[in-house]
Design a protein around this ligand. Sequence first.
Ligand SMILES: [Zn+2]
Length: 209
Amino acid sequence: MSFDFQWQAEIPPIFQSVEFDGPFQKCLICNREFYHDDHSPYVIEKIFVRAEAIVEMAVCLNCLMEMNGEMSEESSLTVKNEFEKKVDWSHRASLMPSIANAPNSLEGDEEDPSSEVVAPQPNVERWIESCLLDGTPRQDCRNYQICGLFLGNQIVLGQLPYVLSGTAVARIGEKLSKKTRDQMGDFLETYFGMPPELCSPSGPVPVLF
Ligand SMILES: [Zn+2]
């Protein structure tokens, strides 16, 4: 996964926290505050069953790297291969407005209408309208999860955000080692108590790139 912070947009409502009734404020694991501390990037993941978010979390990039580091090499490779085989990253790139028209900064002085420059705005919805791996439209998925990268009050657009259908996630889950699945289960149990929907062996697992 590579990150490029050139394109940012307002955070769409689907990435807001149900629990906190607004934007996520801090890292689930280390409590780093996304708006006040050093503005480090963070990732939000939400797992939906039908229209209901049964798991939602925001984790800073440092903690995420640590979590991913704990995954066995074999399981990391399984996830990586699945993405490499199925994802057309060039299609993602085509969702960006033309680079030639890229705004130098999105932090312009919006209070002064005379200085307002109409820059092309990326349409965030296009990143999350269908499953990244199998192409199923989000609205047709009974279960799905969404994942995105953020900086302060902005969503960063690039390889993320994306949607994974429940079917695509289950397919990856089947290929993961029992150890990895147990680790994911322990993680959910620690932070959320295990939602009953996740208890079945074919239940959704969080797949953070
Ligand atoms: Zn953290």
